[in-house]
Design a protein around this ligand. Structure first.
Ligand code: ATP
Length: 329
C-alpha cells in the first residue's frame, strides 16, 4: 500500500494549543487540544502563552501517538503564523520550527482565518459559498472572488465571540461565556435592546456596554439579557449575510468559527437560507472552534510554499484575510 502524505499541524493563535496529524487526502488521524480557561475574568496574554509553553510538548506527543506515527513519518509541518496573540503565536511557531529542524521536515506557516475557511470546504459539501466567519476575535462575511478572499462586511469593533465574552464577564460569567450565554438564553424572553448594522458592517461593543449597564440599573434576569442580546446579535449577522448572498449571487452559506457552535444562530441562518432557496452549512461542532486539524489541512493545500529553511517563517499577528495570496483554489 502506498505511504500516505502526512502533515502535523500546530495551532496556537489564542486560547487553544492544538496539534493534529492529517493525511494528504483530508483524513484526520489525530486532533489534540488544550484550552486555557478561567473561572472568572478574561485572557491575559502572558498567562495564555505560559499555558501553551507548558502543554506544547505533551500535546504534540499525544497527537503523534493517537495518529500512530513517528516524527520520521511526517512530510510536512504546518503552524498558524497569523493572526492572533503574538506571545501565543510565538510558542506555536517555535515548537513547529524545533520539530521541523530536528526532523529535517519542510515547514509552512499559514493564516488561521484562511484555515477556518478551508476547513469549511473540507467538512461540508459547499463549493463556492459566502463564508460567515464568527469566532472570538473575528466576525467577517467573506467570499472568494478574483483570486482573493474578499471581505463583504465585518465587525467595526470586536468579534462576536469576544462581545459575548465581554458581556458575560460584565454579568459575572467565566471564560468562555458564549456557551453559558446560550444555555441561559434558552430560559429567557425578549427585552428591547439596540440593534447596530451600518451598511454591511456590524458594531457590537456599544450594545454590550449598554446591556451591562442595564443589568446593574434594572432588575432584568440574566436569562432575559442573554436571550435578548443573542437575538439581536444573530439577527444583525443574518441580515448582512443575506445581503452578501444577494450581492454576490452565491447560493451557499458556510458558518465557521467558535460562535457557529450556537444552535440559535444556526437556526436563524438556516431559516434565512431556506427562504432564499440557498444551502446552509455549518462546520461540524467539533471543528467550529480553534483546532490544529484545519492548520494541518491548510498546510497541505499550501505545501508548495513549504521550506526546510525554517528561519524563513515568522509570525504576523495582524495579517488580514484579504491580504493573503490564494494560489491553491
Ligand atoms: P479566532 O479564531 O478569531 O482567533 P478565537 O480563537 O477566540 O478567535 P474560537 O475558538 O473560534 O475563537 O471561538 C471562541 C469564541 O466562541 C469564544 O469567544 C466563545 O465565547 C464563543 N463561543 C463558543 N461557543 C459558543 C456558543 N455556543 N455560543 C456563542 N458563542 C460561543
Amino acid at each position: 500500500m502506498a505511504k500516505k502524505f502526512l502533515c502535523l499541524g500546530i495551532e496556537s493563535t489564542a486560547h487553544t494549543f492544538g496539534a493534529s496529524v492529517v493525511s494528504g487526502d483530508g483524513e484526520v488521524l489525530s486532533d489534540i487540544r488544550e484550552m486555557f480557561t478561567t473561572e472568572e475574568g478574561g485572557l491575559k496574554l502572558d498567562e495564555v502563552a505560559e499555558h501553551h509553553k507548558k502543554v506544547a510538548e505533551h500535546v504534540v506527543e499525544r497527537a503523534l501517538k493517537d495518529a500512530g506515527v513517528e516524527i520520521e513519518d511526517l512530510e510536512l509541518i504546518s503552524f498558524s503564523r497569523a493572526p492572533g496573540l503574538a506571545p501565543s503565536l510565538l510558542v506555536g511557531m517555535n515548537a513547529a520550527k524545533e520539530i521541523a529542524k530536528d526532523g529535517g521536515i519542510p515547514l509552512v506557516g499559514v493564516n488561521h482565518c484562511v484555515a477556518h475557511l478551508s476547513s469549511g470546504l473540507l467538512f461540508t459539501k459547499a463549493k463556492n459559498p459566502v463564508f460567515v466567519f464568527t469566532s472570538g476575535a473575528n466576525t467577517q462575511i467573506i467570499a472568494f472572488e478574483g483570486r482573493k478572499f474578499r471581505v463583504f462586511g465585518e465587525t467595526l469593533d470586536v468579534g462576536l465571540g469576544n462581545a459575548f465574552d465581554k458581556f458575560g464577564r460584565g454579568i459575572g460569567l467565566g471564560f468562555p461565556c458564549g456557551p453559558k450565554i446560550e444555555v441561559l438564553a434558552k430560559k429567557g424572553s425578549y427585552v428591547e435592546l439596540p440593534y447596530s448594522v451600518k451598511g454591511m458592517d456590524l458594531a457590537f461593543s456599544g450594545i454590550v456596554s449598554h446591556v451591562v449597564r442595564l443589568s446593574k440599573q434594572k432588575k432584568i434576569s440574566k436569562q432575559d439579557l442573554c436571550y435578548s442580546i443573542q437575538e439581536n446579535f444573530f439577527s444583525m449577522l443574518t441580515e448582512v449575510s443575506e445581503r452578501a448572498l444577494a450581492h454576490t449571487g452565491k447560493k451557499e452559506i458556510v458558518l465557521i468559527g467558535g460562535v457557529a457552535a450556537n444552535k440559535r444562530l444556526c437556526e436563524m441562518m438556516g431559516i434565512m437560507c431556506k427562504e432564499r432557496e440557498c444551502m446552509f452549512y455549518s462546520v461540524p461542532l467539533k471543528y467550529s472552534g480553534d483546532n490544529a486539524v484545519m492548520i494541518a489541512w491548510q498546510g497541505i493545500l499550501e505545501k508548495k510554499s513549504a521550506t526546510k529553511n525554517v528561519e524563513r517563517w515568522d509570525i504576523n499577528p495582524r495579517e488580514r484575510i484579504d491580504l493573503v495570496e490564494v494560489e491553491w483554489m
